[in-house]
Design a binder for this molecule. Structure first.
Ligand SMILES: [Zn+2]
Length: 87
């Protein structure tokens, strides 16, 4: 049986998506995505830190300094753990 990972995802008005994924061991991995392109990624020790870091990285990478009403809130979802995930 495979465990499921908790993933927070937020879509932004400039087409970028920020995701924060919980990893085994209490590490949270943050990513920026723009369709095919993948931007900054990093790690943080808590969900709130990871979300804040993701938004900072989004601002640095894409100039998206402030979220608008067209940006979505962080939405929680569950994803199956990928087979080849790193430790
Ligand atoms: Zn936004």
């Amino acid at each position: 049986m495979s465990r499921r990972l908790v993933v927070w995802e937020s879509h932004h008005d400039n087409g970028w998506t920020t995701t924060v994924a919980e990893q085994p061991g209490g590490v949270f991995v943050l990513r920026l995505r723009d369709g095919s392109a993948e931007g900054f990624s990093g790690q943080a020790g808590s969900v709130s830190e990871a979300c804040a870091a993701a938004l900072e990285a989004l601002a640095r990478t894409t100039g998206h300094v402030r979220c608008s009403l067209r940006c979505s809130e962080w939405a929680l979802s569950l994803e199956p753990e990928s087979e080849g995930s790193r430790d």
